[in-house]
Design a protein around this ligand. Structure first.
Ligand code: NAP
Ligand code: GDD
Length: 342
């Protein structure tokens, strides 16, 4: 606490969830510290509007560090003295985790161990949120999946998340630390990274609508996911740290839809008929192991956290598609105004 205000430390603050969470906590008058990585370009596009939020000093601070680097993590803990830690940083792309398995294991798995060790030493009274994932269920053993469903991870990313999740749970038991894990199912938004399937689809649809692209190439269209809306999911993270006791919670909509359904709905929203004419399959986007079906049961979160998903599949597709259509390059659009696929 500083001057009666809570202090939060967020890893992954430059990502989709980190940006929404920072916004959410700043509105609640937290002092927010975020860990960012050095990159050759300044990678804070999603949070730059928050840097002077709301035009006062002492609100949001960014620190260079890396989940692969214990020294930087320890320093940030010692410097910032957080009340709440939200560990969202990760190499979070499943397909890419097959290309860089060792790196993914280090950052997404061992990185969590580094964070927990820092908490144990420097912030043992703090509360810790771990970003666990429905990808841990992998080839699912039951449907829908809840907090007791056995894990069966299929990717280096999923395996790293299982290691992180189990380590977080054991640190909670062994050291009596307040650590809660959110097992979040897929959640999307206009801030979603461009190489995740929902964002890739809506961007492709907008480009096709504008005549800037002929086809959208995808991988496995039959995979099914439980897709929710990211801003609602970060509120669940905060609610988990408001409870008397730490625990694990599934956060999901309870609906599952295929990549094909998402694609069809996005083309429809853009007013493009015969969407199949604009889709190509590229095997490069297939994974060595696929997770075919995810569908979450968030009953525990509904009961204990009083959390509910508001935005369901159809509305999510509309929000994301409309955003891309509204943000098309107007100049290029007017050059291409005679081209239409409708
Ligand atoms: P994201 O947009 O990919 O953001 C990942 C964040 O982690 C970025 O800020 C990234 O920094 C940072 N990061 C990557 N490598 C790092 C490293 N070595 N050291 C420090 N930071 C590093 O992911 P997201 O969708 O917001 O997801 C947030 C968390 O929830 C992740 O842990 C993800 O695995 C987990 N999760 C996500 C979903 C989902 O559907 N979105 C579902 C379940 C769980 P740069 O900006 O520099 O790359
Ligand atoms: N990325 C991508 N690109 N996926 C494709 C494509 C494509 O061109 N075509 C089909 N897909 C299929 C994938 O094979 C997968 O079955 C599904 O679309 C969703 O892929 P992603 O959007 O990349 O997400 P994900 O489910 O693998 O992982 C996301 O959700 C996890 C929670 O279950 C990520 O956000 C993870 O970080 C998160 O933990």
């Amino acid at each position: 606490m500083k001057n009666g205000r809570k202090i939060a430390l967020i890893t992954g603050i430059s990502g989709q969830d980190g940006s929404y969470l920072a916004e959410f906590l700043l509105k609640k008058d937290y002092i927010v510290h975020g860990l960012i990585r050095r990159a050759s370009t300044f990678n804070i596009e999603r949070i730059k509007h928050l840097l002077n939020y709301p035009h006062q000093d002492e609100k949001l601070f960014l620190h260079y560090g890396d989940l692969s680097d214990s020294g930087s993590i320890n320093d940030i803990f010692a410097k910032t003295e957080p009340d709440e830690i939200y560990n969202l940083g990760a190499q979070s792309h499943v397909r890419v985790s097959f290309d860089v398995p060792e790196y993914t294991t280090d950052v997404t798995g061992t990185g969590v161990l580094r964070m927990l060790e820092a908490m144990r030493r420097y912030a043992s009274k703090a509360k810790f949120y771990q970003a666990s994932s429905s990808e841990m269920f992998g080839k699912v053993k039951e449907t829908p999946q809840n907090e007791l469903t056995p894990f069966n991870a299929q990717s280096p990313y999923g395996i790293a998340k299982v290691f992180a999740h189990e380590t977080a749970c054991r640190y909670r038991d062994a050291y009596g630390l307040f650590i809660s894990c959110g097992i979040l199912f897929n959640h999307e938004s206009s801030r979603r990274g461009e190489n995740f399937v929902t964002k890739k689809i809506v961007q492709g649809v907008a480009q096709i609508k504008a005549g800037l692209q002929d086809k959208l190439y995808l991988g496995n269209l039959s995979a099914k996911r439980d897709w929710g809306y990211a801003p609602e999911y970060v509120k669940a993270m905060w609610l988990m740290l408001r409870q008397k006791k730490p625990s694990d919670f599934v956060i999901a909509t309870g609906e599952t839809h295929s990549v094909k359904e998402f694609t069809e709905a996005a083309f429809k929203r853009a007013g493009i008929k015969n969407y199949k004419n604009y889709i190509g399959i590229d095997k490069r986007y297939y994974r060595p192991n696929e997770v075919n079906l995810l569908c979450g049961d968030a009953s525990k979160a509904k009961k204990v956290l009083k959390w509910r998903p508001k935005t369901k599949f159809a509305e999510l597709v509309n929000i994301m598609t409309d955003f891309e259509l509204e943000n098309l390059d107007i100049k290029k659009l007017s050059e291409l105004k005679n081209k239409t696929h409708v």
